[in-house]
Ligand binder design. Structure first.
Ligand code: ARG
Length: 285
């Protein structure tokens, strides 16, 4: 041991001993904790921006809250992976669907990931990344229901989540002001009402309906698909005009698709990797 090392060793040993002695003497030996410093020293670098991502976490398996209250799901994993590639920090904030796009427009959220379907109408007021997921509407009914196609819902009470593409589809079929369109604040609430018998059917995104039906066997639901439902694609929504962030996110999306991360997240969520890409025209027609 060199002299310097020996000295260091002894110093450390003394410190450790002192620490143990102090611990043995109890708390009294400890000086009062200094009051927290209000502001960081001027020399400290500005903390990296943390982008706030809004999500309506009542939409399993895309976004939901686990027993610990943490926001989890496919969308969360995707944005987390994309952000890592893009070199940005994100944090997720549970945000009710109604008002989620207002929060984005007002800058309370930097992004929204919430199984958001890219629509022409929404594109007027927000920007979208490239699509990251294909979806379609799907009907949930009781096992005993005679509903066999979307048009069969015309005279029935139909539950939807307010302001979703499911709401749009049903409003179109039944009429926007038809009181048989029952609008709920969340999709699980609509499905609970179906179980309770308050509505005859629910129309929502296929992934969510399938997940709910599979996880609620007591509800005795079945699903009915209809090729008349238009294909939908999910995108991450950004406040309009943030070209730099949008480009970074699109790069990140490309990167996770290229290196297998996307497929991994997909398999983790849905139990199997995505089916080999088929020509869009062949899908469910
Ligand atoms: N994809 C549908 C839409 O964009 C429903 C999305 C609802 N998402 C949610 N997290 N509740 O309208």
């Amino acid at each position: 041991m060199s002299l310097i090392n020996k000295r260091r060793f002894l110093n450390t040993a003394c410190l450790l001993t002192a620490g143990l002695l102090m611990a043995a003497c109890g708390k009294k030996a400890e000086p009062p904790a200094p009051a927290p410093v209000a502001s960081a020293p001027a020399s400290a670098p500005a903390p990296a921006k943390v982008y706030v991502v809004g999500t309506d976490a009542a939409y399993a398996p895309f976004e939901s809250q686990n027993e610990k209250g943490e926001i989890v799901g496919f969308d969360i994993d995707i944005v987390t992976a994309v952000a890592a590639k893009a070199g940005i920090q994100v944090k997720f904030v549970n945000t009710p669907w109604e008002g989620i796009f207002n929060a984005l427009g007002q800058g309370d959220r930097d992004m929204v990931v919430s199984a958001v379907t890219i629509t022409e109408e929404r594109k007027q007021t927000m920007d979208f990344t490239d699509p990251y997921f294909d979806a379609a509407q799907l009907i949930a009914v009781k096992e005993t229901s005679k509903v066999a196609k979307f048009a069969d819902l015309k005279k029935l009470k139909v539950g939807v989540q307010t302001g979703t593409t499911g709401d749009e589809a049903v409003s179109k079929l039944l009429g926007k002001t038809n009181t048989n369109v029952k609008r709920f604040e969340s999709t699980p609430l609509a499905l609970k009402e179906l179980e309770a018998g308050g509505v005859d059917a629910v129309v929502a995104d296929n992934g969510v309906v399938i997940h709910y039906v599979a996880n609620n066997p007591g509800g005795k639901f079945k699903t009915v698909s209809d090729k008349d439902f238009v294909p939908e694609q999910y995108g991450i929504a950004l406040k309009k005009g943030n070209a730099e962030l949008l480009a970074k996110m699109n790069e990140g999306l490309k990167a996770i698709k290229a290196d297998g991360t996307y497929d991994q997240i997909y398999a983790k969520t849905f139990g199997a990797p995505p089916a080999a890409a088929a020509p869009a025209s062949a899908a469910s027609k």
